[in-house]
Design a protein around this ligand. Sequence first.
Ligand code: CO
Ligand code: CO
Length: 366
Amino acid sequence: MSQRLNRLRAEMQRAGVAAVAVVPGSNLSYLTGLDMHINERLAVAFFPSAGQPVMVLPALEQPRAAAQAHFPMRFYPWTDSEGPHEALGRAMADLQLDGARLGVEYTAMRVLELRSIEQAAPEVVVGDATPILAALRMTKDAQELAAMRTAVHIVERTLEVAISQIKVGMTERALANIWDAAMREIGSAPSFGTIVASGPNAANPHHSNTDRAFQPGDLIIMDGGAVYQGYASDITRTVVLGEPSAEARRLYELVQAANAAGRAAARPGASGEQVDQAARTVITQGGYGAQFLHRTGHGLGLDVHEPPYMVAGNTAPLTLGMTFTIEPGIYVPGVGGVRIEDDVVITADGAESLTTFNRDLIVLQP
Ligand code: CO
Ligand code: CO
């Protein structure tokens, strides 16, 4: 854990910031071991480039935070009757942050914290700490990878259970419930809202499950993940209930080839843009480029969506230990859709797919 702090300090020095402010969530948990959820009571941890980390937090949270933190932190507790502003002001004054450069999480910090920080230190210069924190978190250590492998194992075992239950007349919601229940039964939980999109609904990549009943010939997209020790898996497989149409088969073959091309392109030194391009080219050449509506993948770890992103414009090189998804898809209104999603880790000479579930088209008996 102090190794993570040392890496954070090195990244901060490179970026020239005096401190990084972190709110409850995955970055705080990654850096300190604190398992806190953001709520209406202000809590902010400050990591100075030198010296002890400090945390402004509700007094009632202090005992648990002190017990969970993997290293000593200096606490500035506040009570409900006092409010957070005096404690925050003292913490920021002790850290001499007024006039200094402070990194904050642009996608996690709220107006509440930012306004309070700016009120406590009006001359503070706020910038985005996301690249600093992402640089740490993108590369997984052995312990993190072990947790992700277990999360993958759980989701694949339970996906198999769920697929075996599919029959004509079952609804999308019922199938999602079966998958979710199977994960919970073995002590895990879904890492995000499980997606089951069937027939014409499969043409919508971010479908909300409905009570539509499966019909013969349906393509059924199943997208789910499990959590283990805080780490997420995220897999998608598309099955067909009964004989697929010629077009459904064509969509499937293209997406399967695009998924393979994306996995083959993932290696140290390649960029997220190149991985996206490798998968996208297969689908574009197959005539469905306009129906591949989203980026090819996203980083995966404590968060289900985190850097690095497999997307045009991301030219940063992939490096050893980075974990992300490869999930090309084709979505055709009126026909349906296909997505095949794997979780990979960058290795010395390429990428290993943590997910190994059968990628060939599974044709279920109706
Ligand atoms: Co997914
Ligand atoms: Co995904």
